[in-house]
Design a binder for this molecule. Structure first.
Ligand SMILES: [Zn+2]
Length: 211
Protein backbone atom coordinates (compact mmCIF):
# COMPACT_ATOMS: atom_id res chain seq x y z
CA UNK A 1 0.00 0.00 0.00
CA UNK A 2 1.38 3.41 -0.91
CA UNK A 3 1.84 5.87 1.89
CA UNK A 4 -0.60 8.82 1.66
CA UNK A 5 1.04 11.59 -0.40
CA UNK A 6 0.83 14.17 2.36
CA UNK A 7 2.79 11.88 4.70
CA UNK A 8 5.36 11.01 2.03
CA UNK A 9 5.94 14.70 1.40
CA UNK A 10 6.26 15.55 5.05
CA UNK A 11 8.72 12.71 5.62
CA UNK A 12 10.83 13.79 2.68
CA UNK A 13 10.89 17.39 3.91
CA UNK A 14 11.82 16.25 7.40
CA UNK A 15 14.60 14.01 6.12
CA UNK A 16 16.02 16.76 3.92
CA UNK A 17 16.00 19.32 6.71
CA UNK A 18 15.80 18.10 10.33
CA UNK A 19 17.57 14.83 9.72
CA UNK A 20 20.24 16.14 7.36
CA UNK A 21 21.03 19.01 9.73
CA UNK A 22 21.55 16.62 12.64
CA UNK A 23 23.06 13.62 10.88
CA UNK A 24 25.99 13.20 13.27
CA UNK A 25 23.65 13.29 16.29
CA UNK A 26 21.45 10.58 14.78
CA UNK A 27 24.51 8.45 14.03
CA UNK A 28 25.85 8.91 17.54
CA UNK A 29 22.64 7.98 19.36
CA UNK A 30 22.01 4.97 17.14
CA UNK A 31 25.16 3.40 18.57
CA UNK A 32 24.32 4.15 22.20
CA UNK A 33 21.72 2.69 24.54
CA UNK A 34 18.77 5.07 24.72
CA UNK A 35 18.60 7.13 27.90
CA UNK A 36 15.26 8.98 27.94
CA UNK A 37 14.61 11.48 30.71
CA UNK A 38 10.95 10.52 30.96
CA UNK A 39 8.51 7.74 30.19
CA UNK A 40 5.19 9.19 29.10
CA UNK A 41 1.77 7.58 29.14
CA UNK A 42 -0.57 9.72 27.08
CA UNK A 43 -3.78 9.33 25.12
CA UNK A 44 -3.86 8.09 21.50
CA UNK A 45 -5.66 11.37 20.74
CA UNK A 46 -3.95 13.06 17.76
CA UNK A 47 -4.23 16.44 19.47
CA UNK A 48 -2.01 15.38 22.36
CA UNK A 49 1.59 15.57 21.18
CA UNK A 50 4.12 15.37 24.02
CA UNK A 51 7.10 15.50 21.63
CA UNK A 52 5.78 18.78 20.32
CA UNK A 53 4.82 20.60 23.55
CA UNK A 54 7.91 19.38 25.42
CA UNK A 55 10.03 20.32 22.39
CA UNK A 56 11.59 16.87 22.70
CA UNK A 57 14.87 16.04 21.08
CA UNK A 58 15.42 12.57 19.73
CA UNK A 59 15.97 10.08 22.56
CA UNK A 60 14.47 12.26 25.30
CA UNK A 61 10.98 10.80 25.67
CA UNK A 62 9.89 7.17 25.85
CA UNK A 63 6.20 7.35 24.93
CA UNK A 64 3.38 4.88 25.28
CA UNK A 65 -0.01 5.95 23.98
CA UNK A 66 -3.29 4.24 24.73
CA UNK A 67 -6.96 5.19 24.85
CA UNK A 68 -7.48 7.68 27.69
CA UNK A 69 -3.90 7.35 29.02
CA UNK A 70 -4.70 4.52 31.41
CA UNK A 71 -2.58 2.25 33.54
CA UNK A 72 -4.22 -1.04 34.55
CA UNK A 73 -3.87 -2.27 38.09
CA UNK A 74 -1.60 -5.21 38.81
CA UNK A 75 -4.70 -7.41 39.14
CA UNK A 76 -6.06 -6.25 35.75
CA UNK A 77 -2.90 -7.20 33.87
CA UNK A 78 -4.44 -10.29 32.28
CA UNK A 79 -6.68 -8.07 30.20
CA UNK A 80 -3.94 -5.84 28.90
CA UNK A 81 -0.23 -6.31 28.76
CA UNK A 82 1.23 -3.73 26.40
CA UNK A 83 1.06 -0.76 28.78
CA UNK A 84 2.55 -2.78 31.62
CA UNK A 85 5.20 -4.24 29.29
CA UNK A 86 6.25 -0.72 28.25
CA UNK A 87 6.40 0.36 31.89
CA UNK A 88 8.34 -2.72 32.91
CA UNK A 89 10.91 -2.13 30.19
CA UNK A 90 11.23 1.56 30.96
CA UNK A 91 11.75 1.00 34.69
CA UNK A 92 13.77 -2.21 34.75
CA UNK A 93 15.83 -1.99 31.59
CA UNK A 94 16.11 1.71 30.71
CA UNK A 95 15.91 2.95 34.33
CA UNK A 96 14.04 6.06 33.23
CA UNK A 97 13.93 8.47 36.18
CA UNK A 98 10.46 9.96 35.55
CA UNK A 99 7.08 8.48 34.66
CA UNK A 100 4.55 11.07 33.52
CA UNK A 101 0.86 10.33 32.95
CA UNK A 102 -0.69 13.01 30.75
CA UNK A 103 -4.45 13.32 30.62
CA UNK A 104 -6.26 15.94 28.57
CA UNK A 105 -9.43 17.92 27.98
CA UNK A 106 -12.12 16.70 25.55
CA UNK A 107 -10.93 13.11 25.87
CA UNK A 108 -13.13 10.84 23.77
CA UNK A 109 -12.13 7.77 25.77
CA UNK A 110 -13.10 9.34 29.08
CA UNK A 111 -16.38 10.64 27.64
CA UNK A 112 -17.18 7.22 26.24
CA UNK A 113 -16.48 5.59 29.61
CA UNK A 114 -18.65 8.18 31.34
CA UNK A 115 -21.55 7.60 28.94
CA UNK A 116 -21.24 3.86 29.22
CA UNK A 117 -21.09 3.78 33.01
CA UNK A 118 -24.03 6.23 33.10
CA UNK A 119 -26.14 3.72 31.23
CA UNK A 120 -25.89 5.01 27.64
CA UNK A 121 -25.96 1.89 25.45
CA UNK A 122 -25.75 3.68 22.10
CA UNK A 123 -22.15 2.59 21.58
CA UNK A 124 -22.39 -1.10 22.31
CA UNK A 125 -20.55 -1.88 19.05
CA UNK A 126 -17.25 -1.84 20.92
CA UNK A 127 -15.72 -4.95 22.30
CA UNK A 128 -12.08 -4.33 23.18
CA UNK A 129 -12.79 -0.75 24.16
CA UNK A 130 -15.51 -1.76 26.60
CA UNK A 131 -13.06 -4.07 28.29
CA UNK A 132 -10.31 -1.43 28.32
CA UNK A 133 -12.34 1.35 29.93
CA UNK A 134 -13.16 -0.87 32.92
CA UNK A 135 -9.87 0.55 34.25
CA UNK A 136 -11.70 3.89 34.67
CA UNK A 137 -14.56 2.49 36.79
CA UNK A 138 -13.05 3.12 40.27
CA UNK A 139 -12.57 6.79 39.24
CA UNK A 140 -16.14 7.03 37.92
CA UNK A 141 -17.47 5.82 41.27
CA UNK A 142 -15.88 8.84 42.97
CA UNK A 143 -17.88 11.38 40.95
CA UNK A 144 -20.44 13.58 42.68
CA UNK A 145 -23.81 12.67 41.15
CA UNK A 146 -25.10 16.19 41.75
CA UNK A 147 -22.55 17.82 39.43
CA UNK A 148 -23.64 18.76 35.88
CA UNK A 149 -22.58 16.30 33.18
CA UNK A 150 -19.79 18.42 31.65
CA UNK A 151 -18.26 19.03 35.09
CA UNK A 152 -18.43 15.32 35.87
CA UNK A 153 -16.63 14.43 32.63
CA UNK A 154 -13.88 16.97 33.28
CA UNK A 155 -13.52 15.67 36.83
CA UNK A 156 -13.36 12.11 35.52
CA UNK A 157 -10.45 13.06 33.24
CA UNK A 158 -8.52 14.04 36.36
CA UNK A 159 -9.82 11.33 38.71
CA UNK A 160 -8.79 8.75 36.13
CA UNK A 161 -5.21 10.07 36.19
CA UNK A 162 -5.23 9.71 39.99
CA UNK A 163 -6.56 6.18 39.58
CA UNK A 164 -3.81 5.33 37.10
CA UNK A 165 -1.20 6.73 39.47
CA UNK A 166 -2.62 4.50 42.22
CA UNK A 167 -2.37 1.50 39.88
CA UNK A 168 1.12 2.49 38.80
CA UNK A 169 2.61 2.76 42.26
CA UNK A 170 1.16 -0.62 43.21
CA UNK A 171 3.12 -2.44 40.49
CA UNK A 172 5.89 -4.35 42.31
CA UNK A 173 8.74 -3.14 40.07
CA UNK A 174 7.55 0.48 40.34
CA UNK A 175 7.13 0.22 44.10
CA UNK A 176 10.70 -1.06 44.35
CA UNK A 177 12.07 1.74 42.14
CA UNK A 178 10.22 4.36 44.22
CA UNK A 179 11.58 2.90 47.47
CA UNK A 180 15.10 3.00 46.01
CA UNK A 181 14.50 6.62 44.89
CA UNK A 182 15.09 5.64 41.28
CA UNK A 183 11.91 7.14 39.83
CA UNK A 184 9.52 10.00 40.32
CA UNK A 185 5.85 9.80 39.34
CA UNK A 186 4.00 12.75 37.79
CA UNK A 187 0.39 13.34 36.77
CA UNK A 188 -0.44 16.09 34.29
CA UNK A 189 -3.68 17.30 32.77
CA UNK A 190 -3.46 19.31 29.57
CA UNK A 191 -6.12 21.58 28.07
CA UNK A 192 -6.10 21.19 24.29
CA UNK A 193 -7.75 24.54 23.56
CA UNK A 194 -5.64 26.77 25.83
CA UNK A 195 -2.44 24.73 26.37
CA UNK A 196 -2.96 25.20 30.12
CA UNK A 197 -1.04 22.56 32.02
CA UNK A 198 -1.97 21.22 35.45
CA UNK A 199 0.29 19.20 37.72
CA UNK A 200 -1.01 16.75 40.30
CA UNK A 201 0.01 17.67 43.83
CA UNK A 202 0.25 14.42 45.81
CA UNK A 203 0.02 16.18 49.20
CA UNK A 204 -3.25 18.01 48.65
CA UNK A 205 -4.52 15.50 46.04
CA UNK A 206 -5.40 18.25 43.57
CA UNK A 207 -4.27 19.40 40.14
CA UNK A 208 -2.51 22.77 40.24
CA UNK A 209 -2.12 24.97 37.16
CA UNK A 210 1.56 25.40 36.39
CA UNK A 211 1.36 27.02 32.93
ZN1 LIG B 1 -8.02 11.09 25.16
Amino acid sequence: MTLPIILSKKFQEWKNSNFDNNKSQYKKISKEKQKPLAMIISCCDSRVQPTSFFKAEIGELFIHKNIANLIPSYEQNNNENSTLAALEYSVQELEIPNIIIIGHSNCGGIKYAFDKFSGDKSNSKFNFLNNWIEIIKPAYKKLNINDPKDIKIRKLEKLSIQNSIKNLVSLPFVKKAINNEKIKIHGLWYDISTADLYNYDFKIEKFIKIF
